[in-house]
Design a binder for this molecule. Structure first.
Ligand SMILES: *Cc1c(COP(=O)(O)O)cnc(C)c1O
Length: 411
């Protein structure tokens, strides 16, 4: 008999995006005119094409692969030095941060990295996630058996949910009970919130004191406009001893379809064995990565490295300006419509309070049926997301301007 991993059966069937897709399909079939007007501001995918510097670099890399002198087969599992060096120099050393190239592991995406990291942590960790949350953190913990069943609100037994709301600026307070692994994502998807230096210092102090590890997802760091907001957890003193950072080229370089990301594991970061003795995390991840992964494509890594050239940097800046310009328009339109608005200033997501008495799925239906705009209902990100909806700034300017007109015209 072939037994299955029954943890998968605990996963909730009604996952957010399939339910959105179902409702949009019903709408499109019953309302062909509205379907033509439909604008999607739902899923967090980029819309603008790849920067020119990336395309040129990838073309060159394809040509290299076409002749015997420069053909490359398997590369180093951890990534090519040219990319690891560029990341260390530009993302960290240039900002005065101490991250070495061999502490950087290149992968084909942060979604995989945030899920796969659980391979190297043992059973019995108390896992803390924010509510609302990027659903990947929750589901990967369910799959690996770190939780019990979900209750009727969709909350899993065994996870510690850290409430994020307008009162705490969507940055969780330090929990009363001890936790071992804490997922933090700033700038945040879905709320668009950022964490201040003081807030991150408090989390680092907590992690050091409790020998906990922060899993810090900085996929949206490139969208930070305010120089006072940390772009990396390693800007906080002590973070090298308590934090793993996840970064991706998906949102800054428009790599959602190209696939390239990286994870930083400082060599000083320790986990614990059962008896409490310290064990470095770095060699465990290195072993895991080289056993279960055979490296991101050479062509893709050449494309990613081009993001760090002068041309690449200026083209990324233009992309970010475009999306943040969209976000500013959406924030303004929601304010003019009398809605309470969060995010959208250092992140490409605008997090909007539903009018009093309206649930987030009711708001989804209203936006779909009356404005023909697809948004993401906050409840899909966790029970604390109820009463909010997310508008993504990943869109063309023309679409955003039209969405703004429709929001202001809503009754
Ligand atoms: C988009 C996103 C990522 C990046 O995922 P990739 O797999 O690298 O495309 C990571 N974390 C969050 C919260 C995201 O929204």
């Amino acid at each position: 008999m072939a037994y299955i991993n029954e943890n998968y059966l605990k996963l909730k069937a009604g996952y957010l995006f399939p339910e959105i897709a179902r409702r949009v399909k019903v709408f499109n079939e019953s309302n062909p005119e509205g379907a033509k007007r439909l604008i999607r501001c739902g899923i967090g995918d980029v819309t603008e094409p790849l920067p020119e510097a990336v395309r040129y670099a990838m073309h060159d890399a394809v040509d290299e692969q076409g002749v015997p002198e420069t053909f490359k087969g398997y590369g180093p599992e951890q990534g090519y030095d040219f990319l690891r060096n560029a990341i260390a120099d530009h993302d960290f050393k240039a900002r005065g941060l101490n991250v070495e190239p061999d502490e950087i592991f290149i992968s084909d995406g942060s979604k995989c990295d945030t899920g796969n990291i659980l391979d190297i942590f043992g059973a019995g960790n108390k896992i803390a996630i924010t509510d609302p949350v990027y659903p990947v953190y929750v589901d990967t913990n369910v799959m690996i058996g770190n939780t019990g069943d979900a209750n009727e609100n969709g909350a899993y037994e065994g996870l510690v949910y850290l409430k994020c709301n307008a009162e705490n600026g969507f940055v969780p307070e330090i929990p009363a009970e001890p936790v071992d692994l804490i997922y933090l994502c700033y700038p945040n998807n879905p709320t668009g919130a950022t964490a201040t230096r003081a807030q991150l210092e408090a989390w680092v102090a907590y992690a050091l004191k409790n020998k906990a590890i922060l899993l810090y997802d900085a996929a949206y760091e490139a969208f930070i406009q305010d120089p006072a907001i940390p772009r990396s957890i390693y800007e906080i003193e002590g973070a090298r001893d308590c934090a793993i950072e996840f970064r991706s080229f998906s949102k800054n370089g428009g790599f959602t379809g190209v696939r390239c990301a990286f994870i930083v594991i400082p060599k000083t970061l320790m986990g614990r064995k059962k008896d409490g003795t310290p064990q470095a995390i770095h060699p465990l991840w290195s072993r895991r990565h080289s056993t279960k992964f055979n490296g991101a494509s050479y062509i893709v890594q050449r494309g990613a490295a081009a993001l760090y050239t002068d041309e690449g940097k200026s083209q990324v800046r233009a992309l970010i300006e475009h999306y943040m310009g969209n976000a500013a328009l959406l924030v303004q339109a929601c304010k003019e419509a009398g809605l309470s608005v969060f995010g959208g200033i250092n992140a490409p997501y605008v997090w909007v309070g539903c009018p009093t008495g309206v649930t987030s799925w009711q708001m989804f239906d209203k936006m779909l049926n009356e404005a023909n705009v697809v948004i993401t209902p906050g409840a899909g990100f966790g029970s604390a997301g109820e009463g909010y909806f997310r508008i993504s700034a990943f869109n063309t300017r023309a679409n955003v301007e039209e969405v703004c007109r429709r929001i202001k015209a809503l009754q």
